[in-house]
Design a protein around this ligand. Structure first.
Ligand code: HXC
Length: 293
């Protein structure tokens, strides 16, 4: 869809870029000539991804292990990136945390775990970049990965829905506040694009490859990664600078037809929820064992 070298001269940070959607977007940015930075909590996962992508496409992918819930650590990482090769020109707020749970069963720490990553963390990264862009007079593009629930909410993923709705408003607010500096902010609201991290926590027990739940999606299929990557590249490339403050759904019209959220889970029994919780906990434990911070 895009010409080679489209993103030459761009320097882009993708949070949560070691896996899932983040890795996919990082790969396309690299392939199209950008210098790429990825961050996350698992250094070994980030380093494996960086090596894999550079082996495939050449170029430069640098890794930073950081928990974006820690504002000082975020600022330190952004300072290091600026010192490494000059200002970033793009940021993708992709890192997220989520799991399905009846809201009545959430502890305050459970809420904070998700809000800390999605709501606070994405703001910390946006702020650390934004203040430097303004100071350096560098135009830039920010993309936040949201969900269509920012418009209609989602039962059983309330901390995520609340946090992503906050980022939706951050996108609009800062588009207006930072437009004069040439900084634009847009967001992508993907429908179902199966990835391991999301599926383990949102559809436990269903394999990413084997998932056949197409019900409620007018186009009759889940998203193709290339479709998401093309949108993420379009929003990052030069040529649409007047486009800002927008959240674009890419979901085969799922939210328009059937809500696109987890309301169907109201059918689950307490015993089924207990089983789900166990599966999610075991996925969390496996990920945690790999964390370097
Ligand atoms: C109830 C749970 C729970 C569950 C965790 N908790 N899992 N509560 N049901 N299934 C509670 C814990 O009991 C604890 O509270 C609190 O949450 C913190 O748990 P920790 O495991 O200590 O948290 P932490 O190590 O910080 O991990 C954060 C996390 C984890 C969000 C819980 O899942 C994570 O790191 N996720 C990152 C990857 C991820 O989620 N990817 C999917 C994103 S999908 P107590 O009170 O017991 O101490 C996504 C899709 C959006 O965002 C849209 C798709 C369409």
């Amino acid at each position: 869809m895009f010409r080679d070298g489209l993103l030459k001269g761009k320097r882009i940070l993708v949070t949560g870029g070691g896996t899932g959607l983040g890795k996919e977007m990082a790969e396309d940015y690299l392939r199209l000539g950008a210098e790429v930075y990825i961050c996350g909590r698992r250094k070994n996962v980030l380093d494996d991804t960086a090596r894999e992508l550079m082996d495939k496409h050449g170029g430069s992918v640098k890794t930073h292990s950081v928990d974006i819930r820690v504002a000082a650590a975020v600022d330190e990482m952004i300072a290091e990136i600026w010192a490494d090769g000059g200002p970033l020109t793009g940021l993708v707020n992709n890192a997220a945390g989520n799991f399905i749970s009846p809201t009545k069963d959430l502890s305050p720490r459970g809420f904070d775990a998700i809000a800390g990553i999605v709501f606070h963390g994405s703001f910390y990264v946006t702020l650390a970049c934004g203040k430097r862009w303004i100071e350096d007079k560098v135009p830039a593009s920010v993309i936040s990965i949201l969900t269509t629930w920012v418009w209609n909410g989602s039962p059983f993923t309330v901390p995520s829905a609340m946090s992503k709705a906050g980022l939706n408003i951050m996108t609009k607010s800062l588009a207006a506040e930072w437009g004069e500096y040439g900084i634009r902010l847009n967001a992508i609201a993907p429908g179902p694009f199966p990835t391991k991290g999301a599926w383990e926590r949102l559809s436990p027990g269903e394999s990413v490859e084997g998932d056949t739940s197409r019900e409620g999606i007018p186009m009759g299929r889940v998203g193709r990664m290339d479709e998401l990557k093309n949108l993420a590249t379009f929003l990052m490339a030069d040529g649409c600078e007047y486009l800002t403050g927008q959240t674009i759904a890419i979901d085969g019209a799922m939210h328009l037809a059937s809500g696109g959220n987890f309301s169907r889970l109201s059918k689950l029994s307490e015993a089924e929820w207990a089983g789900m919780r166990e599966m999610i906990r075991s996925a969390n434990e496996k990920d945690k064992a790999q964390r370097s911070i």
